[in-house]
Design a protein. Structure first.
Length: 431
């Protein structure tokens, strides 16, 4: 069974192709892609299918035919058949609604992304991809080479370079991407970098042959936001962010006085925008998550403390090295002690025959492991980071142009988490 994310993204690619196909056929998009219109039965995918069958009698115009011809969707190495998409959209009304609205909005606004999209699409170049080999897999292969050659901080994965969930791509784009893979993969990529890769992506976007699309489920008004297109404007917007203290005072965790185990650093004056740093007790991994309730930005995260410290090292190598050293030592000690706790719990649960008792034992294990995590890891690494942020912050009222080291660090964290670094690629957000 294909996972929900793959089905959702593939459904969206399908409806983008449908919107283009309707344009080619000279149809009014609102007559088909209005999931709020119950009078026409468009509020459900079943109703949409019925209307489509009434309007398009030829088998070549059928929804399965359009899906097969204009959408290439896969999950891993498995091609996703139309039946799975059909069933998913019948059951998940929210994603059906989102797919309709985003597909309609994208086709309506696509000419505003670049002049290359001004041309009317033809049935030879309406292609949307999700998880395929020719476009997304080849782009990821090129990303790996560029990232290998990139100085630290490297991208943790391809989504930090570009979080595109689906791609529009013509034959011209597929051929150019394939040619780059042929030239740079298999040991020939020593000179390859993100400047070459991004230049290829940019030129294909400008010519209307490629469009990376990052999706967010939307059941009301859809907006299309271009990211990394106007670097000068975006840089000025990012300069508005900085270190604005903490959402709440952090205190050391004690058994007699338990505290929250995360650290929430504000990157704007709003309490609704912060970087939340936490240590996952179950995986023994540190994660920094960008939380934004007000921005148009897609949230993001940093799943590696090494990368977090590499970013900190752009500003101050001394504190970055210390934070990484403290974490590595503390985390190794924690993993050993956490394993002992887990072994004790597993041994205890084997002796028990009462499911309720096993549940209580599990709850106690989770509580004990959480406390161990806080005392052995976050109690060690948070205090020096907090001190550095406070010591390296500045008074924003004295000089509006002053950017303190702490401000700059928060800006760099924001850029990495939201795929807005100088090495990140262009993409659009549909939400």
């Amino acid at each position: 069974m294909t996972d929900t994310t793959s089905l959702a993204e593939s459904s969206q690619a399908f409806f983008c192709a449908i919107a283009d196909y309707l344009t080619i056929k000279g149809k009014n998009l609102k007559d088909f892609l209005d999931p709020k219109d119950k009078s026409k039965g468009l509020d459900t995918f079943t109703g949409f299918e019925s209307k489509w069958k009434k309007e398009f009698k030829n088998k070549s115009d059928s929804l399965p035919a359009i899906y097969e011809k204009f959408t290439e969707a896969a999950s891993g190495s498995k091609i996703i058949p139309y039946g799975e998409i059909e069933g998913f959209l019948m059951v998940d009304k929210g994603w059906y609604t989102s797919s309709c609205l985003i597909g309609k909005k994208l086709v309506e606004d696509i000419s505003s992304i670049s002049t290359g999209f001004n041309k009317k699409p033809s049935t030879s170049d309406v292609w949307y991809f999700r998880g395929d080999k020719d476009v997304m897999k080849n782009i990821e292969d090129l990303f790996k080479i560029a990232n290998k050659n990139k100085p630290d901080p490297k991208f943790g994965d391809v989504n930090k370079w570009s979080p595109a969930d689906i791609y529009f791509a013509t034959d011209k784009a597929r051929n150019r991407i394939r040619a780059n893979v042929s030239d740079y993969v298999n040991g020939k990529g020593k000179a390859y970098g993100f400047d070459i890769m991004n230049n290829m992506i940019n030129e294909l976007i400008e010519s209307g042959d490629l469009l990376p699309i990052s999706l967010k489920k939307q059941t009301s008004a859809v907006t299309i936001k271009k990211v990394n297109f106007d670097r000068a404007h975006e840089a000025s917007e990012i300069l508005k962010f900085g270190f604005y203290g903490f959402r709440k005072e952090w205190k050391k965790y004690e058994l007699a006085n338990p505290q929250t185990r995360d650290l929430q650093i504000k990157f704007s004056s709003s309490d609704r925008e912060s970087i939340k740093i936490r240590h996952d007790a179950s995986t023994a991994a540190m994660k920094a998550e960008l939380e934004s309730k007000d921005l148009m930005a897609r949230g993001g995260s940093i799943g590696s403390w090494k990368i977090f410290c590499d970013i900190l090292g752009l500003i101050d190598t001394k504190i970055a090295s210390e934070e990484l050293r403290l974490y590595n030592v503390a985390n190794e000690k924690y993993k050993k002690e956490a394993k002992k706790l887990k072994d004790e719990f597993l041994e205890k649960s084997k002796r028990m025959t009462n499911p309720a008792a096993v549940k209580l034992a599990r709850e106690q294990f989770d509580k004990d492991r959480g406390a161990l995590d806080a005392m052995m890891v976050t109690n060690v690494i948070f205090p020096p980071l907090i001190k550095w942020l406070k010591d390296n912050s500045g008074d924003k009222n004295n000089n509006p142009d002053y950017v303190s080291p702490a401000d700059r660090f928060m800006q760099e964290i924001y850029k990495y988490a939201t795929s807005r670094t100088q090495d990140s690629g262009r993409f659009i957000i549909a939400k």
